[in-house]
Design a binder for this molecule. Structure first.
Ligand SMILES: *[C@@H]1O[C@H](CO)[C@@H](O)[C@H](O)[C@H]1NC(C)=O
Ligand SMILES: *[C@@H]1O[C@H](CO)[C@@H](O)[C@H](O)[C@H]1NC(C)=O
Ligand SMILES: *[C@@H]1O[C@H](CO)[C@@H](O)[C@H](O)[C@H]1NC(C)=O
Length: 420
């Protein structure tokens, strides 16, 4: 009798577990459209009551303006999430504030990497929402409570019109992906596909497959490379242990080989440290010369900060964008990130197309982690139309090789229609 009771109890608890996991929206990855703002080249997701937050791959927290009219709860200083918020401090802030009064209210230092500004704000809890997904369609809205920092309106400077804050995606327990993982009980992995201004990109938080036009894109991943730590930064870094090639020719490695490469959604174009930039530009120029395309160079005073510009009407077009020498990042694990014309050459006006890589300015937007300057920081344009999978469980970055996406598919074609 006693045993039977016990069995029933076990069965009931198993059911409770199973039902929570398989329940309405629970235990499923969340999907959201990613929109590129034409004016700022920033990417947003509409997760705060439909209002957009700007994606920041290097941001360790989520921050947004708190409605001044409505009071909000503030976390206490001894709250574990308050301590987590203080693990990363933005540039120009040393240690977090020392609070002596009681009860002590938790203050964070939200940072805007676009303007370079940092503010102070209460740590609070807000409702965020996205759609659950089976990887094929959105299945219906899911709302969850997230720990976020308040920020003054002035911190929104430089962000797209209508944006109310930033969703940090970095390797921190208070970043947006970790909070989805924690509240939904899903894998610590997210997939990001940025799209150019036409059409939407897509982000899926919590692992799982991703289908575009009936095909599972995640199975087309070209490979993966280990994610690395870089100084104190919570951002994502990979290593190009074999350097960079242009048209198959190795670019001289600069001062510090192997090259550390960061990824950023808040800079429009890839930035190269000066000792890497110069040899890289020369290598591309020489490759174009070998291709007999040196004569297509055009002076382009309007194209700053780009240096190498070409007569767009004379460059041939392919499905991979302009037909130009291929750039390869030769990553750890023997894996190559190929950069085709669609991710290397930007059209600056009807007549002109330029190599869209720029020189890193000293002390430029170093972000969290204080003065970290890797050799290369990959910007938004170079990540568009690739599927990037940031897997915190395997500690890897995976992505689709360009060919697979271009073959009639792009992540912009995710089916955002809810099934009837
Ligand atoms: C959820 O999906 C529906 C249908 O595609 C869409 O209208 C809505 O904006 C989505 N919600 C979020 C938060 O993305
Ligand atoms: C670009 O090429 C076109 C077509 O040959 C030509 O008409 C135009 O003058 C060229 N533009 C520049 C800036 O050289
Ligand atoms: C998108 O999904 C909806 C709902 O499942 C389906 O009816 C529609 O045919 C799909 N569209 C495409 C282009 O596959």
């Amino acid at each position: 009798m006693c045993q039977l009771k016990y069995l029933i109890l076990v069965a009931v608890s198993l059911c409770v577990l199973a039902c929570t996991v398989a329940g309405d929206g629970g235990g499923r990855p969340l999907v959201t459209a990613v929109t590129k703002d034409a004016a700022t080249s920033l990417y947003t997701i509409p997760v705060k009551s439909g209002r957009p937050l700007v994606l920041d791959l290097s941001g360790p927290i989520v921050w947004s303006t708190c409605d001044d009219g409505a009071p909000h709860d503030t976390l206490e200083c001894n709250d574990i999430d308050c301590m987590r918020a203080h693990r990363f401090h933005p540039p120009s802030y040393g240690m977090p504030d020392v609070h002596s009064h009681y009860p002590c209210k938790c203050t964070a230092h939200p940072h805007n990497p676009v303007s370079g500004d940092t503010a102070s704000g209460d740590m609070t809890r807000v409702a965020l929402s996205a759609n659950a997904t089976d990887g094929i369609n959105p299945l219906g809205p899911v709302s969850f409570t997230a720990v976020t920092s308040c920020a003054p309106d002035s911190l929104l400077q430089g962000l797209p019109a209508g944006a109310v804050g930033m969703a940090g995606l970095a390797r921190s327990s208070l970043a947006f992906p970790a909070q989805v993982t924690g509240t939904q009980g899903v894998a610590s992995s997210f997939a990001l596909c940025l799209s150019s201004s036409q059409g939407n990109g897509v982000a899926i938080f919590g692992g799982g497959p991703l289908f575009v036009l009936g095909q599972p894109i995640s199975e087309m991943l070209g490979g993966s490379t280990p994610l690395r730590k870089y100084k104190d930064s919570p951002g994502y870094y990979i290593m190009a242990s074999k350097g960079i090639t242009v048209d198959g020719v190795k670019v001289p490695p600069g001062e510090h080989a192997p090259l550390t490469i960061g990824l950023s959604t808040t800079i429009p174009y890839t930035e190269l440290r000066r000792d890497v930039y110069r040899p890289f530009i020369d290598a591309f120029d020489q490759a174009m010369e070998r291709w007999g395309a040196a004569g297509l160079r055009v002076p382009s005073p309007a194209a700053a900060p780009f240096e190498l510009c070409y007569n767009a009407s004379k460059l041939s077009q392919t499905r991979f964008g302009f037909f130009v020498p291929r750039i390869n990042l030769k990553l750890d694990g023997g894996w190559i990130w190929p950069v085709f014309g669609m991710n290397s050459i930007a059209r600056v006006d009807r007549a002109t197309a330029c190599l869209a890589f720029v020189e890193m300015k000293a002390g430029d937007k170093a972000g969290y982690g204080g003065g970290a300057t890797p050799a290369v920081v990959i910007g938004g344009f170079q990540m568009e139309n690739l599927l990037l999978v940031f897997d915190e469980e395997k500690q890897t970055l995976g992505f689709t090789a360009g060919q697979h996406l271009i073959n009639g598919r792009s992540c912009g074609q995710f089916n955002f229609t809810m099934p009837a």
